[in-house]
Design a protein around this ligand. Sequence first.
Ligand code: NAD
Length: 497
Amino acid sequence: CDTLEKAASFVRARRTPICLPNYVAGELKLPSSTSTAFIDSHEPKTGALLYRVPCAQPEDIDEAIRHAKLAFQTWSKTSRAERSRHLRRVSELLQEHRELFAVWESIDQGKTLERARIEVDRAISNFSYFSTYILHEQTAARVVDGVALTYEHRSPAGVFALISPWNMPLYLLTWKIAPCMAFGCTAVAKPSEITSMTAYLLGVLFQKAGIPAGVVNIVLGDGQTTGAALVASPSIDGVSFTGGTQTGIAIRRSTAHQIRKHLSLELGGKNPTMVFADSMGPVTRDRTIRIAGSAAFENQGEICLCGSRIYVERSIYSDFVRQFTEYVREKYVLGKTVGAVASWQHYNKIRGYLQLAAEENATFNLGSVPAPLDKDDNRGYWIAPVVLTDVAPSSRLQRDEIFGPVVTISPFDTEEEAVRLANDSEYGLAAVLLTTDGARMRRVGEQVEAGLVWVNCWLVRELGTPFGGMKNSGTGREGGEYSRDVFTVVRTLHLPA
Ligand code: NAD
């Protein structure tokens, strides 16, 4: 295909869904192995079969790693200025094709087009941010008591496996690819088998951008065959993974004997939103409701940072439940501001939790248990927002990551209780704190067990700040110098004075 438009329309033009190719050594090609299994990928909004994903086999993965290793020999020695130019070119091309990527992200993942545009813009920023970051890096030097001068020297850490999930496919994949390339590493990336379309288009875009062959390779496939073989390969020097906690545990286990392998694990969350009575005064009430609403329902609740457990000070509890429910009913409308959930399997997972809510006699202030859906049903995977109250703290509804348009609301009496409830989770990714009390912002904010705490805001991101979770939400941080820590090795040189 000589243009990205043709590469994309190719997928729609066929009667029989096409098989997406891998991108290896600068070429788009199907896996060669005769034992290749295929996964059908469906369009969430209609349930229609969209394309097929070939599961790259160990020999395909070895080939991709071989090319990444070869490319590393040159790429790791390329000047920062040149690497920066390549990243800038990718961001410019993405900008040029912004709408194409957004349309396909929306088709493939089920999200609204508006939401997809935001994420493509963030993918563009990933490349533009790291293209300039590397031009302004500093090295720390120290003088030790007049006897030595020490300085830190960093080198690219090698070939990385970059594995991403299905909820923000292009944004999260490029959040790994951009710094990996910028810091002089090469990659074998694997998107989720549920949403591989924009990863395929990104491969086409890398070709157009003239990225040297082998610097980024993209293999498609599932977790059990392709992902597991990729991370376990002894030729992989590091893994940057975003996905579920159970998968993170599996990756840790399979690489436990490879101490030298860098691991960055960005995992699941079950994030609290804490609403204090002072935030529901006449001036700030609308803002409080709006933030709690977007934290719960943006992208159908399919963002790891979504606030799916809302805790509200008892004096305003009933008012909040009523106003919040009204707001969500008006703002989050299925098919307009709420998309379809990503897959038939995910629809059933969310439906299972809502059946549990009904069995446990939770109150459905909004929404209901969605109807059963056959796999080949062409209605699409639509679940309207659900607002639950009267859910016990021990319920799986409050403990498991549902990752859908479902929120629970519970009351608290004191600040201490709010902190205790917020921290009563195996996860520690993000938290939202809604209050007008300046002292409380810091007092509570500093006690919440979460890698990211937002006060009177949500999803504010600056790409240099550390991103990552506490507890079972992951290890390591990414962003700016934290990404540099993931993708480089440091040696300290000591020179006598
Ligand atoms: P998942 O863990 O099932 O899959 C994520 C990726 O890992 C996919 O590409 C999958 O094919 C691959 N994979 C699966 N098993 C593997 C294995 N054994 N070895 C190597 N790779 C394997 O997660 P998902 O269902 O795609 O995504 C949803 C999860 O991602 C949620 O838990 C969500 O919270 C989390 N998430 C976290 C962040 C974050 O930044 N912390 C961001 C987005 C999503």
